[in-house]
Design a protein around this ligand. Structure first.
Ligand SMILES: NC(=O)c1ccc[n+]([C@@H]2O[C@H](COP(=O)([O-])OP(=O)(O)OC[C@H]3O[C@@H](n4cnc5c(N)ncnc54)[C@H](OP(=O)(O)O)[C@@H]3O)[C@@H](O)[C@H]2O)c1
Length: 266
Protein backbone atom coordinates (compact mmCIF):
# COMPACT_ATOMS: atom_id res chain seq x y z
CA UNK A 1 0.00 0.00 0.00
CA UNK A 2 1.58 3.37 -1.02
CA UNK A 3 2.18 5.81 1.82
CA UNK A 4 4.91 7.60 3.70
CA UNK A 5 8.31 5.95 3.09
CA UNK A 6 9.99 4.37 6.12
CA UNK A 7 12.99 6.26 7.52
CA UNK A 8 16.36 4.79 6.45
CA UNK A 9 20.03 5.85 6.72
CA UNK A 10 20.53 6.23 2.97
CA UNK A 11 17.25 7.89 1.99
CA UNK A 12 15.94 11.42 2.32
CA UNK A 13 12.91 13.62 1.82
CA UNK A 14 13.78 16.40 -0.61
CA UNK A 15 11.70 19.45 0.30
CA UNK A 16 11.72 22.47 -2.01
CA UNK A 17 10.99 25.89 -0.57
CA UNK A 18 12.19 24.71 2.83
CA UNK A 19 13.62 28.08 3.89
CA UNK A 20 10.22 29.42 4.98
CA UNK A 21 6.51 28.83 5.50
CA UNK A 22 4.82 25.60 4.49
CA UNK A 23 7.98 23.87 3.22
CA UNK A 24 9.89 24.45 6.47
CA UNK A 25 6.94 23.18 8.49
CA UNK A 26 6.51 20.05 6.34
CA UNK A 27 10.23 19.31 6.86
CA UNK A 28 9.65 19.63 10.64
CA UNK A 29 6.72 17.17 10.58
CA UNK A 30 8.69 14.68 8.47
CA UNK A 31 11.74 14.97 10.75
CA UNK A 32 9.54 14.27 13.76
CA UNK A 33 8.62 11.02 11.98
CA UNK A 34 12.32 10.19 11.69
CA UNK A 35 12.72 11.05 7.99
CA UNK A 36 15.96 12.68 6.90
CA UNK A 37 15.71 15.90 4.91
CA UNK A 38 17.40 17.48 1.90
CA UNK A 39 16.40 21.13 2.13
CA UNK A 40 16.21 23.16 -1.10
CA UNK A 41 15.69 26.91 -1.60
CA UNK A 42 17.84 29.93 -2.47
CA UNK A 43 18.55 31.26 1.06
CA UNK A 44 21.37 29.06 2.37
CA UNK A 45 21.50 30.51 5.92
CA UNK A 46 17.80 29.84 6.48
CA UNK A 47 18.26 26.25 5.28
CA UNK A 48 21.30 25.75 7.52
CA UNK A 49 19.39 27.08 10.51
CA UNK A 50 16.53 24.65 9.87
CA UNK A 51 18.90 21.73 9.23
CA UNK A 52 20.53 22.40 12.62
CA UNK A 53 17.14 22.51 14.31
CA UNK A 54 15.93 19.26 12.70
CA UNK A 55 19.06 17.24 13.38
CA UNK A 56 19.32 18.67 16.93
CA UNK A 57 15.70 17.99 17.87
CA UNK A 58 15.04 14.75 16.02
CA UNK A 59 18.48 13.21 15.46
CA UNK A 60 17.85 12.93 11.73
CA UNK A 61 20.32 13.68 8.93
CA UNK A 62 19.50 17.06 7.39
CA UNK A 63 21.38 18.35 4.35
CA UNK A 64 21.12 21.72 2.62
CA UNK A 65 21.07 22.11 -1.15
CA UNK A 66 20.85 25.82 -2.01
CA UNK A 67 19.40 26.16 -5.50
CA UNK A 68 17.44 28.62 -7.61
CA UNK A 69 14.74 26.34 -8.95
CA UNK A 70 13.89 28.68 -11.81
CA UNK A 71 17.33 27.93 -13.27
CA UNK A 72 17.22 24.75 -15.43
CA UNK A 73 21.00 24.16 -15.14
CA UNK A 74 20.90 24.39 -11.35
CA UNK A 75 17.95 21.97 -11.25
CA UNK A 76 19.72 19.50 -13.50
CA UNK A 77 22.56 19.26 -10.98
CA UNK A 78 20.33 18.36 -8.02
CA UNK A 79 20.20 14.55 -8.51
CA UNK A 80 24.02 14.37 -8.65
CA UNK A 81 24.32 16.60 -5.57
CA UNK A 82 22.01 14.20 -3.70
CA UNK A 83 23.94 11.15 -4.98
CA UNK A 84 27.24 12.68 -3.82
CA UNK A 85 25.78 12.75 -0.32
CA UNK A 86 25.12 9.00 -0.65
CA UNK A 87 21.36 9.49 -0.50
CA UNK A 88 18.32 8.39 -2.49
CA UNK A 89 15.26 10.61 -2.61
CA UNK A 90 12.37 8.52 -1.29
CA UNK A 91 10.04 11.46 -0.81
CA UNK A 92 9.83 14.53 -3.03
CA UNK A 93 7.95 17.60 -1.78
CA UNK A 94 7.35 20.08 -4.62
CA UNK A 95 6.47 23.10 -2.53
CA UNK A 96 8.61 26.11 -3.58
CA UNK A 97 6.70 28.93 -5.15
CA UNK A 98 5.32 32.42 -5.14
CA UNK A 99 2.21 34.04 -6.55
CA UNK A 100 1.49 37.09 -8.66
CA UNK A 101 -1.65 39.19 -8.41
CA UNK A 102 -3.31 42.02 -10.32
CA UNK A 103 -4.75 42.55 -13.78
CA UNK A 104 -2.75 40.43 -16.23
CA UNK A 105 -2.39 43.23 -18.79
CA UNK A 106 -0.55 45.30 -16.15
CA UNK A 107 1.64 42.45 -14.95
CA UNK A 108 5.41 42.21 -15.04
CA UNK A 109 5.76 39.62 -17.80
CA UNK A 110 9.13 38.43 -16.54
CA UNK A 111 7.61 37.72 -13.10
CA UNK A 112 4.73 35.85 -14.74
CA UNK A 113 7.22 33.68 -16.63
CA UNK A 114 9.27 33.08 -13.46
CA UNK A 115 6.05 31.98 -11.77
CA UNK A 116 5.48 29.39 -14.50
CA UNK A 117 9.10 28.25 -14.11
CA UNK A 118 8.84 27.65 -10.37
CA UNK A 119 5.24 26.37 -10.16
CA UNK A 120 5.18 24.23 -13.31
CA UNK A 121 8.57 23.77 -15.01
CA UNK A 122 10.46 22.96 -11.79
CA UNK A 123 7.77 20.47 -10.69
CA UNK A 124 7.89 18.61 -14.02
CA UNK A 125 11.68 18.67 -14.00
CA UNK A 126 12.26 17.44 -10.42
CA UNK A 127 9.49 14.84 -10.61
CA UNK A 128 10.89 13.59 -13.91
CA UNK A 129 14.39 13.34 -12.46
CA UNK A 130 13.52 11.60 -9.16
CA UNK A 131 10.52 9.40 -10.00
CA UNK A 132 12.19 6.81 -12.28
CA UNK A 133 14.43 5.64 -9.40
CA UNK A 134 11.39 5.44 -7.10
CA UNK A 135 9.62 3.27 -9.68
CA UNK A 136 12.70 1.04 -9.91
CA UNK A 137 12.80 0.67 -6.11
CA UNK A 138 9.00 0.33 -5.98
CA UNK A 139 9.00 2.71 -3.07
CA UNK A 140 8.47 6.44 -2.73
CA UNK A 141 6.11 9.35 -2.32
CA UNK A 142 5.45 12.75 -3.87
CA UNK A 143 3.69 15.67 -2.24
CA UNK A 144 2.78 18.47 -4.64
CA UNK A 145 1.76 21.75 -3.09
CA UNK A 146 -1.16 23.10 -5.11
CA UNK A 147 -3.75 25.48 -3.62
CA UNK A 148 -7.48 26.08 -3.33
CA UNK A 149 -6.68 28.72 -5.98
CA UNK A 150 -6.41 25.73 -8.32
CA UNK A 151 -10.11 24.84 -8.06
CA UNK A 152 -11.34 27.74 -10.19
CA UNK A 153 -10.01 30.41 -12.51
CA UNK A 154 -9.36 33.53 -10.43
CA UNK A 155 -9.57 36.86 -12.24
CA UNK A 156 -6.67 39.09 -11.13
CA UNK A 157 -4.68 36.00 -10.16
CA UNK A 158 -4.85 34.43 -13.63
CA UNK A 159 -1.33 33.01 -13.82
CA UNK A 160 -1.27 31.73 -10.24
CA UNK A 161 -4.69 30.04 -10.32
CA UNK A 162 -3.92 28.43 -13.69
CA UNK A 163 -0.58 27.10 -12.40
CA UNK A 164 -2.20 25.62 -9.30
CA UNK A 165 -4.95 24.05 -11.41
CA UNK A 166 -2.15 22.44 -13.45
CA UNK A 167 -0.56 21.15 -10.23
CA UNK A 168 -3.80 19.45 -9.15
CA UNK A 169 -4.25 17.84 -12.54
CA UNK A 170 -0.63 16.66 -12.86
CA UNK A 171 -0.71 15.29 -9.36
CA UNK A 172 -4.00 13.39 -9.79
CA UNK A 173 -2.77 11.70 -12.98
CA UNK A 174 0.47 10.62 -11.30
CA UNK A 175 -1.51 9.40 -8.28
CA UNK A 176 -3.18 6.85 -10.53
CA UNK A 177 -0.12 6.03 -12.68
CA UNK A 178 2.21 5.41 -9.75
CA UNK A 179 -0.05 3.50 -7.37
CA UNK A 180 0.93 0.17 -8.91
CA UNK A 181 4.58 0.91 -8.06
CA UNK A 182 3.70 1.57 -4.41
CA UNK A 183 4.35 5.29 -4.80
CA UNK A 184 1.99 7.67 -3.02
CA UNK A 185 1.10 10.98 -4.70
CA UNK A 186 -0.92 13.68 -2.94
CA UNK A 187 -1.77 17.26 -3.85
CA UNK A 188 -1.89 19.60 -0.89
CA UNK A 189 -4.48 22.33 -1.52
CA UNK A 190 -4.38 24.90 1.26
CA UNK A 191 -6.49 28.03 1.34
CA UNK A 192 -4.77 31.11 2.71
CA UNK A 193 -2.01 30.52 5.27
CA UNK A 194 -0.08 33.26 7.11
CA UNK A 195 3.43 32.90 5.62
CA UNK A 196 5.93 35.07 3.74
CA UNK A 197 3.85 34.29 0.62
CA UNK A 198 1.87 37.51 1.12
CA UNK A 199 5.02 39.62 1.65
CA UNK A 200 6.39 38.34 -1.66
CA UNK A 201 3.09 38.62 -3.56
CA UNK A 202 2.23 42.10 -2.26
CA UNK A 203 -1.46 42.91 -2.04
CA UNK A 204 -3.64 40.08 -3.38
CA UNK A 205 -7.44 39.78 -3.62
CA UNK A 206 -7.23 36.74 -1.31
CA UNK A 207 -6.76 38.81 1.88
CA UNK A 208 -9.93 40.77 1.06
CA UNK A 209 -12.10 37.86 -0.09
CA UNK A 210 -11.38 34.92 2.20
CA UNK A 211 -12.66 35.48 5.77
CA UNK A 212 -10.05 35.11 8.52
CA UNK A 213 -11.87 32.15 10.10
CA UNK A 214 -11.15 30.14 6.95
CA UNK A 215 -7.37 30.72 7.18
CA UNK A 216 -5.44 27.75 8.51
CA UNK A 217 -2.20 27.87 10.49
CA UNK A 218 0.94 26.55 8.90
CA UNK A 219 1.40 23.78 11.49
CA UNK A 220 -2.02 22.31 10.69
CA UNK A 221 -1.34 22.55 6.94
CA UNK A 222 1.88 20.53 7.34
CA UNK A 223 0.29 17.94 9.66
CA UNK A 224 -2.69 17.44 7.33
CA UNK A 225 -0.38 17.17 4.32
CA UNK A 226 1.76 14.42 5.82
CA UNK A 227 -1.22 12.56 7.19
CA UNK A 228 -2.93 12.65 3.73
CA UNK A 229 0.23 11.41 2.04
CA UNK A 230 0.46 8.62 4.59
CA UNK A 231 -3.02 7.49 3.50
CA UNK A 232 -2.24 8.16 -0.18
CA UNK A 233 -5.14 10.57 -0.55
CA UNK A 234 -5.33 12.10 -4.01
CA UNK A 235 -5.64 15.57 -2.51
CA UNK A 236 -6.26 17.34 0.78
CA UNK A 237 -7.71 20.73 1.74
CA UNK A 238 -6.66 21.61 5.30
CA UNK A 239 -9.40 23.13 7.48
CA UNK A 240 -13.15 22.51 7.54
CA UNK A 241 -14.16 26.03 6.52
CA UNK A 242 -11.98 26.05 3.39
CA UNK A 243 -13.17 22.54 2.44
CA UNK A 244 -16.78 23.74 2.73
CA UNK A 245 -16.07 26.83 0.60
CA UNK A 246 -14.47 24.67 -2.11
CA UNK A 247 -17.36 22.15 -1.86
CA UNK A 248 -19.90 24.93 -2.41
CA UNK A 249 -17.91 26.41 -5.31
CA UNK A 250 -17.85 23.00 -7.03
CA UNK A 251 -21.66 23.02 -7.09
CA UNK A 252 -21.87 26.49 -8.60
CA UNK A 253 -22.03 26.56 -12.42
CA UNK A 254 -19.08 28.34 -14.04
CA UNK A 255 -21.26 30.90 -15.79
CA UNK A 256 -22.58 31.98 -12.38
CA UNK A 257 -19.28 31.69 -10.48
CA UNK A 258 -16.97 33.53 -12.90
CA UNK A 259 -18.75 36.92 -12.93
CA UNK A 260 -19.02 36.76 -9.13
CA UNK A 261 -15.32 35.95 -8.80
CA UNK A 262 -14.62 38.84 -11.21
CA UNK A 263 -16.48 41.17 -8.87
CA UNK A 264 -14.79 39.99 -5.66
CA UNK A 265 -11.26 39.23 -6.89
CA UNK A 266 -10.14 42.80 -7.59
N1 LIG B 1 0.59 30.87 1.97
C1 LIG B 1 -0.52 30.57 1.35
O1 LIG B 1 -1.59 31.18 1.57
C2 LIG B 1 -0.56 29.43 0.35
C3 LIG B 1 -1.82 28.87 0.04
C4 LIG B 1 -1.85 27.82 -0.89
C5 LIG B 1 -0.71 27.37 -1.48
N2 LIG B 1 0.49 27.95 -1.16
C6 LIG B 1 1.68 27.42 -1.83
O2 LIG B 1 2.56 26.91 -0.85
C7 LIG B 1 3.89 26.93 -1.35
C8 LIG B 1 4.80 27.53 -0.30
O3 LIG B 1 4.40 28.85 -0.05
P1 LIG B 1 4.50 29.54 1.38
O4 LIG B 1 3.16 30.04 1.73
O5 LIG B 1 5.22 28.68 2.32
O6 LIG B 1 5.38 30.83 0.99
P2 LIG B 1 6.79 31.37 1.53
O7 LIG B 1 6.76 31.42 3.02
O8 LIG B 1 7.03 32.63 0.78
O9 LIG B 1 7.82 30.26 1.07
C9 LIG B 1 8.14 30.07 -0.29
C10 LIG B 1 9.34 29.15 -0.40
O10 LIG B 1 9.64 28.96 -1.80
C11 LIG B 1 11.02 29.19 -1.99
N3 LIG B 1 11.30 29.70 -3.33
C12 LIG B 1 10.71 30.75 -3.97
N4 LIG B 1 11.30 30.94 -5.16
C13 LIG B 1 12.28 30.03 -5.27
C14 LIG B 1 13.27 29.73 -6.26
N5 LIG B 1 13.37 30.46 -7.39
N6 LIG B 1 14.11 28.70 -6.06
C15 LIG B 1 14.04 27.97 -4.91
N7 LIG B 1 13.13 28.19 -3.94
C16 LIG B 1 12.28 29.21 -4.12
C17 LIG B 1 11.38 30.23 -0.93
O11 LIG B 1 12.77 30.16 -0.63
P3 LIG B 1 13.91 31.20 -1.06
O12 LIG B 1 13.30 32.55 -1.11
O13 LIG B 1 14.93 31.04 0.05
O14 LIG B 1 14.41 30.71 -2.36
C18 LIG B 1 10.58 29.74 0.24
O15 LIG B 1 11.27 28.73 0.92
C19 LIG B 1 3.85 27.71 -2.66
O16 LIG B 1 3.84 26.81 -3.74
C20 LIG B 1 2.52 28.45 -2.58
O17 LIG B 1 1.99 28.72 -3.86
C21 LIG B 1 0.59 28.97 -0.27
Amino acid sequence: MPGLPRPAQDTTALVTGASAGIGAEIARVLAARGLGAALVARRRERLEELAGELSGQHGIRAEVLPCDLTDPDARRELPDRVKELGLDVDLLVNNAGFGTAGPFHKSDVDQEVQQVRILIEAVVDLTGRFVPAMVERRRGAILNVASTAGFSPLPNMAGYSAAKSWARSFSASLHVELKRYDIAVTALCPGPVETEFFDVAGETPIEHVVPKFAWVDVEQVARDAVSALERNKVEVIPGRAMSAIVGASKMTPREVALPLLGRFFR
